[in-house]
Design a protein around this ligand. Structure first.
Ligand code: TNX
Length: 477
């Protein structure tokens, strides 16, 4: 049986000799004690995130070139703690490890349902333990504006009172946002803030009606909305609490648009130490194509002028983007999705892969899952979440053009941390492995191995209070 390590490391070599037998405690306590007493070496050659970890009866040795590498060695160490009849043990092993991709993200939509800081921190803890290094916060959408800005406090004040279904809303103060950034940084994660535009902007109209076009309710939008599970239609100036998409748009010809975007994007860039600012660009179904291009060009140019790298959903490649703009691909079937994504690479940018039928954490597992959606080609079982490789997502995309992978969790149906856990676990393990581990087909990068390993992690989840989906085809113990 393989060791219960996720994501699977670059190389795992069992070493002859007895296991390490630590003093009893919870897994977490044992891992913390071992990390505190480990011999540590900072040496060249392990790369920005790699490490070597040696465990023997004598103790633990961690070698890395950076603090991030040592942090990832500690996450692996924690997964090595096992319990047998004689108490806790760690097998004698030598592990060398470097990630396949530099960007390994998880996204939390705090607009459809607001999630308090404590929940965001819990998501950071869960993601960092699986060696993810980016938290994408979807801060704005039709249903709410969730960050209080010094330049435009009215945005959050007017558009944060509710969530989907009229559930409680909320927003983060600037101090709370700074706290999230700091909490993430302590776990070697960056925060990627997203202000979604020009669509998904109904909430902006609650305080700035002059910036918002009239809602467009085309047949196409009604049809797409049905696929998402239906929802009420919007009324200008009234908080939106249903889950239709594609009806709202900023107005390209509003005289106040450019100063507004400069202030709002300038401020988010200034309070975000990470290199990226995401400006959305998805599902602007009611926006005139020329207006769409103009607004995306304006927003990405403003972001680039702040010194950040703009990031957009893949639809935005129809615009003339600043060189190096990163695209986030959410497509799944044939169509022009893949082609639009390749266009980023043609312009010197790279791609973050979020194929919706494999890595969207808000899809149901099966028809019985109490929450979640099904629009991305039906439910996504754990096996399906595992069974893909980043290199196979966009035909003819060279691997160096792949910045990494990200698992988005949209929250139309997700209210609590328990809801988040149910949809995340175990599928976030698949995402972590897609982003970190050697390509599909190598040693343990198989569903057969993954299902054994993920089963081996479940006791630690339970110990940590994480509920998870008990998929039938995983041999839970
Ligand atoms: C699509 S894919 C969206 C979101 C929804 C989500 C629900 C993409 C970039 N946008 O607006 O919340 O589906 O799964």
């Amino acid at each position: 049986m393989p060791l219960a390590l996720i994501p699977w490391p670059s190389s795992v070599t069992p070493v002859d000799g007895p296991p390490l037998r630590p003093q009893p405690g919870t897994r977490r306590e044992i891992a913390q004690r071992l990390a505190a007493s480990a011999e540590r070496l900072i040496l060249e050659g392990h790369g920005p995130e790699g490490y070597q970890l040696i465990v023997s009866a004598a103790g633990v040795r961690i070698e890395s070139s950076t603090a991030a590498g040592a942090f990832y060695a500690e996450q692996t160490l924690a997964q090595l703690v096992q319990l047998d009849a004689d108490g806790p043990l760690l097998p004698a092993v030598e592990i060398r490890d470097v990630p396949r991709f530099g960007y390994r993200g998880v996204m939390l939509d705090v607009a459809r349902h607001f999630h308090p800081v404590s929940t965001v921190e819990a998501v950071i803890d869960r993601a960092a333990a699986l060696k993810l290094n980016a938290l994408h916060l979807h801060l704005t959408d039709d249903q709410g504006w969730r960050l209080e800005l010094a330049s435009h406090p009215e945005l959050a004040h007017r558009a944060s009172g509710t969530s989907v279904d009229g559930d409680p809303g909320g927003f983060y103060t600037r101090a709370e946002y700074a706290g999230i950034v700091e909490y993430a940084a302590a776990r070697h994660m960056i925060v990627v803030p997203e202000f979604d535009l020009p669509g998904h902007t109904h909430a902006v109209g609650l305080s700035h009606p002059e910036l918002l076009a009239d809602p467009v309710i085309s047949e196409h939008i009604v049809e797409i909305t049905e696929q998402y599970g239906g929802g009420g239609l919007p009324e200008q100036g009234v908080p939106y609490t249903a889950i239709a998409v594609g009806f709202s748009s900023l107005r390209a010809d509003a005289p106040g648009l450019e100063p507004f975007l400069r202030e709002v994007l300038g401020e988010i860039a200034a309070v975000t130490p990470g290199p990226y600012v995401h400006v959305g660009g998805d599902e602007a179904l009611g926006t005139d194509p020329a207006d769409f291009r103009a607004m995306i060009e304006l927003a990405t140019r403003i972001v680039a002028e702040t010194g950040k790298t703009p990031l957009t959903w893949h639809e935005a490649s129809v615009a003339d983007l600043p060189r190096g703009t990163i695209g986030q691909y959410w497509g799944f079937r044939t169509g022009d999705h893949a082609e639009r994504a390749r266009a980023f690479a043609d312009k010197g940018g790279r791609l973050i892969l979020s194929p919706a039928d494999a890595i969207y954490l808000d899809m149901k597992y099966d028809a019985e899952t109490p929450i979640g959606l099904t629009w991305a080609d039906g439910p996504t079982s754990v096996a399906r979440s595992y069974d893909w490789d980043p290199a196979g997502v966009i035909p003819d995309l060279p691997e160096p053009a792949i910045l990494g992978v990200e698992a988005p969790l949209w929250t139309e149906t997700v209210r609590t941390l328990a809801d988040i856990d149910l949809l995340m676990f175990p599928r976030i393990g698949s995402a972590a492995e897609a982003g970190w581990s050697p390509p599909a087909g190598s040693a343990e990068r198989t569903w057969e191995s993954f299902r054994e390993r993920i089963a081996g992690l479940a006791e630690a989840w339970t110990e940590a209070g994480i509920g998870f989906h008990r998929a039938d085809d995983v041999p839970w113990r």
